[in-house]
Design a protein around this ligand. Structure first.
Ligand code: NDP
Length: 280
């Protein structure tokens, strides 16, 4: 089992450290999660975040709107939260219903409280190698690789998926760590010709078993971000059992990247809290 990248374990260790750090603060850091509608996956994600936040001592507030809420109402709420000094982090649970302008809503969040790292300001800071808040899942991927002493510098990293949430921030995180980066997406021709070249392969697509044994290089490090629900079970994008004995390290799904995403969210809330204290 020493091929396993155990996100649960790494995450547990980091959360224990964060909990200790929070205990030394004069007040609890606070996170507000805004949810719209009843998307079943979002319900699970928000509940998981709440449970884990309370466990480590982060104040958690959940604001939930009906599916047909007006955009203006959300925008006004975010502005109110931006102005509230007791709030450190604001997160809008995605996806939003189609009638809402996701870009506009996200970019209403004060970049200093944007703990999902999705505002144009924080994306721009990442591109420019400036200190800011970085998207949680990509941050979790890098932390996992570091926890397992995987050398990134000079390695050929192939990222499959180019979303704002995962693929795009990862491009810059890997570049900032001196990797050579190739990005693939739905229009990429001959995907396997690329994936086979990867020293580190990161897959964030949302298609069960997209990556099979013939598509990976021997001894590659494989990070599976995908979450695919089928008959009450969760699967990744990588056909885990098929590739397992060919690769050197691999994340399971569940128990790999998922727990790290929530942990990095808390790390961002604490960062935002500390930035506020030091800027006073
Ligand atoms: P998106 O749907 O926003 O993006 C998917 C990406 O995959 C797109 O760039 C798309 O290309 C690309 N793609 C689609 N089909 C193919 C294909 N056949 N070959 C190559 N590329 C393809 O998803 P997200 O980035 O938000 O999430 C990706 C996966 O990761 C999902 O399963 C999601 O549930 C999971 N996830 C897991 C998290 C965790 O904590 N573990 C956190 C966030 C997401 P194009 O741009 O051309 O459309």
């Amino acid at each position: 089992m020493d091929k396993l990248i155990n996100g649960k374990e790494v995450s547990k260790k980091i959360r224990e450290e964060l909990k200790k750090e929070i205990e030394s603060f004069p007040r609890k850091p606070s996170l507000v999660v805004i949810q719209v509608g009843n998307d079943s996956a979002s319900e699970i994600y928000v509940k998981n975040k709440e449970k884990a936040a309370l466990e480590i001592g982060i104040d958690f507030k959940h604001i939930k709107y009906e599916e047909n809420v007006k955009e203006e109402e959300i925008i006004n709420k975010i502005k109110e939260l931006n102005d509230n000094d007791d709030i450190d982090g604001i997160l809008v649970q995605l996806p939003l219903p189609k009638h809402l302008n996701e870009t506009k809503i996200i970019n209403t969040i004060d970049p200093n409280k944007d703990v999902d790292g999705l505002t144009i300001t924080n994306m721009g800071k990442l591109m420019n190698k400036m200190d800011g808040l970085v998207s949680c899942t990509p941050l979790g991927v890098i932390e996992l690789l570091k926890a397992y002493n995987v050398e990134i510098k000079g390695k050929h990293v192939i990222i499959v998926g180019r979303s704002n949430l995962v693929g795009k921030p990862l491009i810059h995180l890997f570049l900032n760590n001196d990797a050579t980066v190739t990005v693939c997406h739905s229009k990429t021709e001959n995907l396997s010709e690329y994936t086979k070249q990867a020293d580190i392969l990161v897959v964030a697509v949302g298609k069960k078993n997209l990556i099979t044994r013939d598509m990976v290089k021997k001894d590659a490090v494989v990070i599976d971000v995908g979450i695919n629900r089928e008959d009450g079970k969760i699967y990744g994008d990588v056909y885990y059992l098929d590739v397992f004995d060919k690769v050197s390290l691999i994340t399971p799904v569940p128990g790999g990247v998922g727990p790290m995403t929530v942990t990095m969210l808390f790390k961002n809330v604490i960062k935002s809290y500390k930035n506020k204290i030091t800027s006073k």
